[in-house]
Every structure is written in structure tokens, then in C-alpha cells.
Design a protein around this ligand. Structure first.
Ligand code: HEC
Ligand code: HEC
Length: 488
């Protein structure tokens, strides 16, 4: 009889322990080992393609992401894969704009700032689109992207066999990888997407976001800040990200809910799926100056802090614009010119009179939860607050920022200079063809209806009332003001 705890037993334990260590290392390298994110030499490319830490937790396995549009094209609004939901791409890059690829165990695809902050523009129907980095996206359908992924996961064909067969047309995965995909990664992705469906169930009972809009804060409120699900609608238009440093300490976001550019940048990454741990690692490199070593978000912040708005690319009638300048000074400059007394200030809702839903979405509970969310971390937040109105945003590059107002309810600048009852009640968002006469994107043609998503001002959160400045000017004055606005 062997003595319990004798030599053989010890050997066995050592052997088992060794196996566990090997298995642990295997699992860790296959699932969690994070390789450095790809480096991009220019700040612009870093902004368009770089990682803001969203891949590890919220990323989709790259090979699955790549083949989904081919396996389930019927869940996209049209042909062309992800481009059909307005995702932009430039030649010479593996990934589209706004989507980053990082290996965390296996290659994963997350989103970055350019998913919502890059715009496509064509002056004429047969032009190749110009892509403006950091401009407000008016063409991407974030909700459509989300719904596409969820519908794929709900489909009984979302199986390892179907997906691996399609993946095999693109790459030869190793035998180990194929096993991992079959038994862990495919079923795990499916489960994660179905969980996402349940978490996001609240949004499907509210008006659609449509192209170029999201409800940016409710997912954060109900998700990471664990606020109770309420009835609010936070649908808001994307904002352009240029020249932001000059406003540090004043008001960011449509309702001015934060005063700190650093915190807005970091909370945007958290909202997109970065984790607090990633943020802590990134923030440790905040003061590095070598782009290879510095914090990814600091690099983004430097870029959007100093970037100038793009100039209007089409001819401007200079005489007419000159005639518009004094009209701007009289009616608009107080709030919108950088030297204006109320530039970047929060204008109370009663005064501005636009739709109130977005403002009411941001609650006192959310403010204190967000200001505590980073407690114990070196990047902690203190700048979130509750306001009573909307920010008088800068108007540089305003020619490229249609549709207008915080909820994107007015398709063109010309329409914004009309009283609310004469502004369009229905139009389509998402076509990138420019309308130089009214200043905005073409929003009510057969093409606009085919490419875009409908916008109905009678839905909650979509009202186009308020901001009546300039609406009583005469037709000639309006034309002159419009021409001047192109030059900002
Ligand atoms: C999924 C879409 C989406 C992504 C991704 C996104 N944003 Fe935004 N961003 C928005 C929307 C929408 C707003 C306006 C929100 C509001 O106030 O209602 C906004 C507003 C902002 C503002 C405020 C601008 C101003 O003038 O006040 C900043 C700064 C900003 N985003 C930075 C970022 C950064 C940095 C990233 C990446 C880390 C990012 N955003 C990622 C949609 C997005
Ligand atoms: C009392 C301050 C004030 C005055 C005066 C004012 N605005 Fe505004 N403006 C705002 C505020 C606040 C918003 C944001 C309102 C919202 O989105 O709900 C805004 C939004 C805008 C937008 C939309 C910005 C975007 O990115 O969608 C445009 C364009 C604009 N104003 C143009 C003008 C013009 C042109 C004039 C003069 C005829 C003018 N404004 C006068 C406060 C003002």
C-alpha cells in the first residue's frame, strides 16, 4: 500500500500542476494575449484606423467580421457589404475607416472615433467621394451595423461549419485555430451578440437613429453606469471634431455636459467599448511625446484639438458673401463667432426652443455616476455636469455638417433660415451628394431615398422647431448670409 502524500502522489500533483500551467498559458495566448495595436505614422491615419481600446471586450473576431456580409447579405440594406451602411474606405488600407484591428488572443475588430467622425462628400453625382476625417458623419448607420450583427447571430446558419467554410475561402487557419473557432470563438461570439441584443432591447421601442445619428449616452447610462432604464430618447447628430482645444474648459457635447476635452475624449472611448483597465494603461503614456510610445487617446486629442475645419471646396460668390458678413455679425456672431459673448455657452432651452429630448436624457444620476466611474483610477472624471440647454456651437466648416441642429432635424442651412413650419417635415439622411444651393446634402430624390434613412420630424426627439434666428430676414439677405456661411 502506498503512503498517502508519498512520492508518487507528489509527482502526480507536480505533473498535473505543470499541465494546468501549460493549459493556462495556452488559453491566455489564444484568447487574451494583447499584441501592440498597429502603428500609423500620421496622426490622421491614427485617427482613421488606429485603436482606441475597443477590441478586447467589444471586438468581433476579425475572420467572422470579414465573412458575415457574404454569408448574410440579406441583413444589409444593399449590396457592397459594410459600405452599404455608410462605412467609408480609402484605397491602400486593409481596414475600412472607423474600424480597427488588434490581436487579443486572436485578431478582433473594434470601432474607433472615425466611425462617427468622418464624412463623405461628392459635389457631383459622378465624382469619387472626398473623405473628410474628423467631420461629422452623416452617412454611417450605427444602428444598422448593430442590428446587422444581431440578426446574423439570431440566424440558425450562424454556425461554425457555415462560417469556417466561408473563412476557408479567405485564409488557411491552422488546425488549432479551426478547433478554437469551432468550439469557442464562433459560439462565444454568437452568445455575446445575443447578450448585446438583450442589453440593447430598450432602443428598439424608440425612434430609429438613422444615418449619421446615434443615441450616444443612453447605452452608457444603462450599460456601464448602471442607471435604471428610463423612457428618455437621446438621439443626436454627430458633431465635427476640429479646433477643439480652444474650447477646453467651456462646454462640449450638444448640451455642454462636460467641460474637459480630455474627459470627453476618454469617455468617448469608454462609450465605444474601451475598458477602464485599458484606459489606465493608455493614460500612463499620456505625457509621452514620441508617437510610437504615446497614449493613443492623447494622440487623438492632439489631432482634433488643432485640426482646422476644411475650406468650402466649390466656388463662392465673393460679393454676395461680403454682403452677408454684416448680417452674420448682427444676427449670429454673438453666439457663434469665437469673439462673441455667448460663443460656446449653453443657451437655456426656453430661449433656444429646440427639441428637449436630448437634454432630458442626461440625468443628474448619470452625472454623478460618470463622475465616480473612474474613482481609483488615475484618469478619473470630474467634469460631467447637468445643464439646462444647448451649446452655441462653433460654425467653422458648417457647410459640411448637415443635417443641422442637435437632432439633425433640418436638412440644409437654407431650411434652417426658414420658420419651422416651412422646414421639411420628411427627408432622407445619408446620401453624400452635396446641394450647393441650399447648403446641405441632397435629401429628397430617388437616390436619397434609396441610400438614406427616412427622417420624420413628428417622431419624438425629431422636432425641427426652435432656433429661429435669421428666419425673418428678406430673401436677398438670406441668400447673402447663406453665401457668407460657406466661407466659415
Ligand atoms: C458611435 C458614434 C461615435 C463614436 C464612435 C465616437 N463619437 Fe464622438 N460624438 C458622437 C456623437 C453623436 C456626438 C454628439 C453627442 C451629443 O452630445 O449628443 C459626439 C460628440 C463628440 C465630441 C464633442 C464635440 C463638441 O464639439 O462638443 C467629442 C470631443 C467627441 N465626440 C470625440 C470623440 C472621440 C475622441 C471618439 C473616439 C474615442 C469618439 N468621439 C467616438 C458619436 C460618436
Ligand atoms: C442666442 C444664441 C444663438 C444665436 C443668436 C444664433 N444661434 Fe445658431 N445655435 C445656437 C444654439 C444653442 C445651437 C444648438 C441648438 C440645437 O442644436 O438644439 C445653434 C445651432 C446652430 C446651427 C446648427 C449647428 C450644427 O452643427 O448642426 C447653425 C447652422 C446655426 N446655429 C446657425 C446660426 C445662424 C446662421 C445664426 C444667425 C442667423 C444663428 N445661428 C444665431 C445659438 C444661437
Amino acid at each position: 500500500m502506498r503512503v498517502p502524500g508519498g512520492i508518487d502522489r507528489r509527482r502526480l500533483l507536480v505533473a498535473i500542476g505543470g499541465l494546468l500551467v501549460v493549459a493556462g498559458v495556452f488559453v491566455w495566448t489564444q484568447f487574451f494575449r494583447e499584441q501592440p495595436a498597429p502603428f500609423f505614422t500620421s496622426d490622421e491615419e491614427h485617427f482613421l484606423y488606429g485603436s482606441v481600446g475597443t477590441e478586447a471586450e467589444q471586438g468581433i473576431p476579425y475572420w467572422i467580421w470579414l465573412v458575415l456580409p457574404r454569408v448574410f447579405p440579406e441583413y444589409l440594406p444593399g449590396p457592397g457589404g459594410y459600405a452599404s451602411i455608410g462605412v467609408l474606405a480609402r484605397d491602400g488600407h486593409e481596414m475600412p475607416i472607423g474600424l480597427s484591428k488588434v490581436t487579443v488572443g486572436f485578431p478582433r475588430v473594434g470601432i474607433n472615433c472615425a466611425m462617427c467622425h468622418a464624412a463623405s462628400f461628392r459635389a457631383h453625382a459622378d465624382d469619387i467621394p472626398t473623405i473628410y476625417p474628423a467631420a461629422a458623419s452623416h452617412q454611417t448607420g450605427e444602428q444598422e451595423y448593430l442590428r446587422f450583427l444581431i440578426r446574423c447571430a439570431e440566424d440558425p446558419r450562424f454556425t461554425a461549419s457555415t462560417l469556417l467554410a466561408e473563412i476557408a475561402k479567405n485564409t488557411r487557419l491552422s488546425a488549432v485555430d479551426r478547433l478554437l473557432y469551432r468550439f469557442a470563438i464562433v459560439p462565444g461570439t454568437r452568445r455575446a451578440l445575443l447578450r448585446l441584443r438583450d442589453q440593447d432591447a430598450w432602443m428598439h421601442a424608440r425612434p430609429d437613429w438613422g444615418r449619421g445619428r446615434i443615441d450616444p449616452f443612453n447605452p452608457v447610462k444603462f450599460g456601464i453606469l448602471r442607471q435604471p432604464v428610463d423612457q428618455t430618447i437621446g438621439n443626436s447628430d454627430m458633431m465635427p471634431l476640429w479646433n477643439l482645444a480652444r474650447r477646453d474648459g467651456t462646454a462640449y457635447h450638444w448640451d455642454g455636459l462636460s467641460t474637459s476635452l480630455r474627459e470627453v475624449v476618454q469617455s468617448s472611448a469608454l462609450g465605444d467599448g474601451a475598458t477602464r483597465r485599458w484606459m489606465e494603461r493608455d493614460f500612463a503614456k499620456w505625457d509621452q511625446t514620441d508617437p510610437r510610445r504615446m497614449s493613443s487617446l492623447r494622440r487623438v486629442m492632439n489631432y482634433i484639438g488643432q485640426l482646422d475645419a476644411p475650406r468650402y471646396p466649390l466656388p463662392v460668390d465673393k460679393t454676395l458673401a461680403d454682403a452677408g458678413a454684416p448680417i452674420y455679425v448682427t444676427h449670429c456672431a454673438e453666439c457663434h463667432a469665437p469673439e462673441g459673448k455667448r460663443f460656446g455657452a449653453v443657451i437655456p432651452l426656453e430661449e433656444i426652443g429646440t427639441d428637449r429630448h436630448r437634454l432630458d436624457m442626461w440625468t443628474d444620476g448619470a452625472v454623478s455616476a460618470y463622475n465616480q466611474y473612474g474613482n481609483g483610477y488615475s484618469w478619473r472624471f470630474t467634469g460631467f455636469r447637468k445643464t439646462n440647454g444647448y451649446t452655441s456651437v462653433p460654425l467653422d466648416g458648417i457647410w459640411l455638417t448637415a443635417p443641422y441642429l442637435h437632432n439633425g432635424s433640418v436638412p440644409t442651412l437654407a431650411a434652417l433660415l426658414e420658420p419651422a413650419e416651412r422646414r421639411p417635415r420628411q427627408f432622407w439622411r445619408g446620401l453624400d451628394l452635396f446641394d450647393a444651393e441650399h447648403v446641405g446634402f441632397v435629401s429628397d430624390t430617388a437616390d436619397a431615398r434609396r441610400v438614406g434613412t427616412p427622417f420624420d420630424v413628428s417622431q419624438p426627439g425629431n422636432s425641427n422647431v426652435g432656433h429661429t434666428y435669421g428666419t425673418t430676414l428678406g430673401p436677398d439677405e438670406k441668400r447673402a448670409l447663406l453665401e457668407y456661411l460657406k466661407t466659415l
